[in-house]
Ligand binder design. Structure first.
Ligand code: SF4
Length: 832
């Protein structure tokens, strides 16, 4: 396979866990052409909107260009000082060493990310667990699939996804549970839609409180009550048993504890309809379809995992697949789709606080000895560390003296943002490695380190079907940006661990990681092995084509292998475990004070905290502002009009968003996307409202179930403000920033009247312009327009009107977006 053809270089998408193959070609202008990789088995040439727009996001706007020491952090203005790498890494090494000497290894922590490549992840985990001697390393993957990790380990004895993507095409029935695949894993959804077109008999069922885009190809949608998945799947397990659909041969030969799981499931049978809110006929239809169909894939995601009972939800699904033998066969199996591009890689290297490296475990002394020996260390941590929410709790209590945050934005993504802010303020030394200069988390840092971003860094990542793909370096890095593994290794050397961190190239790290997977694993004791890749030389690593683990020899062609096809699991007796689980209501419920239930999730065209996708003008067009979905009945009860700004609030905080009235959501429920935050909007971060309730086993927070109250904002005026440069409107009641071609568009609302708002915005116009054109209408019309020019080029364009103004809000934005780059004054005035 040629990796470079006519200048096209094969790499992998930066976003979701589908892990699509991408081909990229730099242009002389510095831009990057993007197309799907026809040969990659994840996507066979297809890309979604985010993947197609990858080239838009390589602009150097807002990048961190040098290690930067901040004299003050948080809301205060900083007086930044640039450092060279020698001094910056020395500072990190000294701060961590001092904390460890004074307070012990558990006083320091790393908070890492599924955006890291496997080589970065491996080195971070090796340093902190292997040499510093604490397991206080957790990944933001804790927020997306930790419950699946627990579920897999409890049932299979290993954290392993059994299926392949092609099972979607071989299945006779697909169940999507708590997964809006259409928006969150779009290329998998495209594969599913094609499978349905090719085989109209393929049954597709969506189980979700919301009617999402994924329902467009579904045979039916079960709008169950939030948090009732265990009750539903316990009902299915009871049905399988009562109606003789159990696979007795499989159960007898390959499983334990069915009786206990059945007893637990039967105990929930009386509450099935009340707990799920589904009718008897809806339930029977689903139960019969699942039971009578041989090949069923159950795809599940954050609606299952992000719950205070997420692990039990996962096991309730796995129980049904084990009971019916629908696992390990072509077209059958439970399928946890991961959110992040390398969440799976993080699980493999052990970058979660409660696992050792390479699928080895703390409670196994042999594993501990194997890793200690392999890394040649006497310091390997002996017990699990703090999981994400607990870690930041400990930090807020002053127990963590130094933290290193890599490639993630916990100020936006963790629950209870106010507490995260307190934690980072309390921690004496906060170092953040990132590629974007201004995020809510870099604002809290004492030291910011410039990391390479997508298209600059090189390494591997593992997708949701256990397939390892190369991400390749295509563009030079701006400024002093470096790979994360290099930065960590430099710090490790300065902390005195030079012998173990002498890496010169990411390929060396990968070989070591592959070799570790073979330790104590020569006879297939663990399913995760890369034994076939331990001899890769530099050229072999450079040319590596996608490999699906277990890799027993280099895979020159695409192969699809399912786990557990032979009924062999990785528990002590090699049998799978049924896990008895019972329905439990979520930890918080609505009451008269907080009567509405807030669910959170993603939009189609943004990714996480928008620090990358927010750079693309075309991605900004899909949803340009934070919004909240609300049912028409609920909107009426709360006097909410379409497109009105509303404030959601509860004991944890408040959040602003524009009302999107839709019957896709149930009455008294709300849905809000997670992406907007204080860097891209004023007070529009749903994590302000989310309680830090977590699953007892996985530590995964409950993001899908927050009781809130709603108030309509009493805004009098609104404005659209297009600018070539980033503006600061924090003194106004509300703003949201949208990237547009050659600039930014601010959507603004205010309690000021239109005249007052216009006066304020006029005062914000740039002074170094050649001329300002103003159009101020009569007071009755309350319409104000200003345009600034440098020579004939529009620099800023503002349109202000009263809240009941003549222009519908979308039209106004479209006008400014479309005309901002207009050269002609008359042209822009005509539409403004
Ligand atoms: Fe990237 Fe995921 Fe879209 Fe594929 S589906 S192009 S991996 S965001």
């Amino acid at each position: 396979m040629s990796l470079v053809n006519d200048g096209w270089i094969k790499t992998t998408c930066a976003y979701c866990g589908v892990g699509c193959g991408v081909e990229a070609r730099p242009k002389l202008t510095g831009e990057l052409e993007i197309r799907g990789d026809q040969s990659h088995p994840s996507n066979y040439g297809k890309l979604c909107t985010k993947g197609i727009a990858l080239g838009d996001t390589i602009i150097h706007d807002g990048r961190i260009l040098a290690p930067t020491k901040k004299s003050q952090t948080g809301d205060q203005q900083t007086d930044d000082e640039e450092l060279n790498w020698e001094n910056a890494t020395q500072m990190v090494a000294e701060q961590f060493t001092q904390a460890i000497e004074r307070y012990g290894p558990d006083s320091v922590a790393f908070y890492v990310s599924g955006q890291l490549l496997t080589e970065d992840y491996y080195v971070a985990n090796k340093l902190i667990k292997g040499f510093i001697g604490t397991s206080n390393i957790d990944s933001n993957s804790r927020l997306c699939m930790a419950s699946s990790v627990v579920g897999h380990k409890r049932a299979f004895g290993s954290d392993s996804v059994p299926v392949c993507y092609e099972d979607l095409e071989h299945a006779e029935m697909i169940v999507m549970v708590g997964s809006n695949l259409a928006w969150c894993h779009p290329v998998l959804f495209q594969r599913l839609r094609s499978a349905k077109q090719n085989n109209p008999e393929l049954k597709i069922v969506v189980i979700d409180p919301r009617e999402t885009e994924s329902c467009t190809i579904a045979d039916y949608h079960l709008a169950l009550k939030s948090g009732s998945d265990v009750a539903l799947f316990n009902g299915l397990l009871s049905f399988l048993s009562r109606h003789n659909y159990l696979d007795q041969d499989f159960i007898q030969s390959h499983t334990n504890q069915l009786e206990k799981a059945l007893t637990a499931a039967e105990s929930d049978s009386d509450l099935l309809e009340a707990a799920t809110g589904l009718t008897q006929s809806e339930l029977m239809r689903f139960f019969k379809d699942f039971s009578t169909t041989s090949n069923v894939v159950t795809v599940y995601s954050q609606g299952v995992n992000q719950s205070s009972i997420g692990s039990d939800k996962v096991n309730s699904i796995l129980n049904c697949h084990l009971a019916s033998g629908k696992i390990g066969q072509v077209g059958s199996g439970p399928f946890s789709v991961t959110g992040q591009p390398n969440a799976m890689g993080g699980r493999e290297v052990g970058a979660l606080a409660n696992t050792l490296a390479s699928h080895m475990e703390f409670d196994n002394p042999e594993h501990h000895a194997l890793i200690s020996n392999f890394w040649q260390t006497e310091n390997l941590a002996t017990k699990p560390g703090l999981k994400a929410v607990d870690l930041f709790d400990a930090m807020a209590e002053g127990k963590i003296k130094a933290v290193w945050i890599m490639a993630t934005n916990p100020m936006v993504s963790l629950p209870d943002s106010a507490k995260i802010k307190k934690a980072l303020k309390t921690c004496p030394f906060v170092v953040v490695s990132d590629c974007i200069a201004d995020t809510e988390t870099t604002r809290m840092a004492d030291l910011v380190l410039p990391a390479q971003g997508w298209s600059e860094k090189s390494g591997t990542l593992t997708n949701s079907e256990r397939r390892i793909s190369r991400q390749r370096r295509i563009m030079p890095s701006p400024g002093m940006a470096k790979p994360d593994w290099w930065i960590i290794s430099q710090v490790a050397c300065k902390m005195g661990y030079r012998d173990a961190f002498t890496y010169r190239h990411e390929g060396e790290i990968f070989r070591e990681y592959a070799e570790l997977s073979t330790q104590g694993n020569r006879n297939g004791e663990r399913d995760f092995t890369l034994i076939g890749l331990t001899q890769l030389d530099e050229q072999g690593y450079s040319q590596l084509v996608p490999q699906q683990w277990p890799v027993t020899q280099v895979q020159k062609e695409v192969i699809n292998q399912r786990l557990f096809s032979d009924g062999h699991f990785y528990t002590p007796d090699n049998k799978a475990n049924f896990v008895p689980v019972r329905h439990q209501p979520p930890k918080t419920t609505c009451d008269s004070r907080y009567p509405l239930l807030l669910n959170t999730g993603r939009t189609r065209d943004q990714w996480h905290t928008m620090s990358r996708t927010g750079l693309s003008a075309r991605l900004g067009e899909h949803k340009s502002e934070p919004y909240v979905q609300i049912h028409p009945k609920t909107a009426k009860e709360h006097s909410v009009q379409r497109n009105q700004m509303i404030k959601l609030h509860n004991a944890h905080g408040e959040c602003l968003a524009r009302a999107e009235i839709t019957e896709q959501i149930q009455p008294n429920q709300l849905f809000m996307p997670i992406h907007w935050n204080n860097a891209t909007a004023k007070n529009s971060k749903p994590c302000n409202l989310i309680a830090p309730h977590t699953d007892n086993h996985s530590g995964q927070p409950e993001f899908k179930h927050s009781p809130v109250a709603l108030t309509v904002c009493k805004h009098q005026s609104r404005a659209s403000f297009a600018s070539r440069t980033v503006m600061n409107f924090n003194s106004l009641d509300y703003w949201a920033r949208q990237k547009i071609a050659e600039g930014y568009l601010y959507h603004i609302e205010s309690t000021l009247n239109a005249y007052e708002l216009a006066s304020y915005l006029k005062s914000q116009l740039k002074h170094n312009v050649d001329r300002v054109v103003s159009h101020e209408s009569s007071e009755d019309e309350a319409l104000y327009r200003f345009i600034t020019f440098v020579e004939d080029k529009v620099m800023q364009a503002i349109h202000v009107q009263s809240i009941q103004g003549v222009h519908p809000i979308n039209e106004l934005s479209n006008i400014l977006t479309a005309r901002f780059s207009a050269e002609s004054e008359s042209e822009i005035l005509a539409v403004l």
